[in-house]
Design a protein around this ligand. Structure first.
Ligand SMILES: Nc1nc2c([nH]c(=O)n2[C@H]2C[C@H](O)[C@@H](COP(=O)(O)OP(=O)(O)OP(=O)(O)O)O2)c(=O)[nH]1
Length: 144
C-alpha cells in the first residue's frame, strides 16, 4: 500500500485576531492546475512536520515569514482529501516579515475580503479546495 501524500496549506489573513482579508494565490503550473486559485503551501518532506513544511513553503513561494494560528479542522484526522492519493491540512497564518510576492509556482496573489464570501468562493479554486474555503468562511463568520 502506498502512503498518502501530505500537503500543508496556509490561509494567510491580514490579522489572526481579527481576520478581514485572505491572501489567495493563482497557480502557474502544472497545466492541470494553472489559472486556479489555492492556499499557498506544498508537500511535506521527509522529516518535516506540517508546520515546518508550511514555514519553508511560504518562504520559498511568497518570501515571507509567518506566525501560524489555529488549524481549520478537517473532516478526517489526516486532513482534507485532495484526491485519492493526497490530503491537506490548513492553518491560519499572519505575515510577520516580508511582503508577499509570487516568487514560485504562482503568477498572481490577491487579497480578498472575507466578508464577501461570494467574491472568495467565486474564484476558480482548485476544486478540492472549495469545502476548505467554505469552512474557513464559516469559522471567520462565527467569530465576528
Ligand atoms: N499548495 C496547495 N496544493 C494544493 C491545494 N489544493 C490542492 O488540491 N493541492 C494539490 C496540488 C498538488 O497536487 C499538491 C501540492 O503540490 P505543490 O506543487 O503545491 O507542492 P510542492 O510545492 O511541494 O511541489 P513539488 O515539490 O512537487 O514541485 O496538492 C492548495 O490549496 N494548495
Amino acid at each position: 500500500m502506498t502512503s498518502l501524500i501530505s500537503v500543508s496549506g496556509a490561509a494567510v489573513v491580514d490579522s489572526l485576531e481579527n481576520p478581514r482579508r485572505l491572501l489567495v494565490a493563482r497557480r502557474s503550473a502544472p497545466p492541470k492546475f494553472a489559472g486556479m486559485w489555492e492556499f499557498p503551501g506544498g508537500k511535506v518532506e521527509d522529516g518535516e512536520t506540517f508546520e515546518d513544511a508550511l514555514h519553508r513553503e511560504l518562504r520559498e513561494e511568497l518570501g515571507v515569514d509567518v506566525r501560524l494560528g489555529s488549524e481549520i479542522p478537517a473532516p478526517q484526522e489526516a486532513g482534507w482529501p485532495l484526491n485519492e492519493r493526497a490530503v491537506m491540512r490548513v492553518w491560519f497564518a499572519e505575515v510577520l516579515d516580508g511582503e508577499p510576492h509570487p516568487l514560485e509556482d504562482h503568477d498572481e496573489l490577491r487579497w480578498v475580503l472575507l466578508e464577501d464570501g461570494e467574491e472568495t468562493l467565486g474564484l476558480p479554486w482548485i476544486p478540492a479546495d472549495f469545502p476548505i474555503v467554505q469552512a474557513l468562511l464559516d469559522q471567520v463568520a462565527a467569530r465576528s
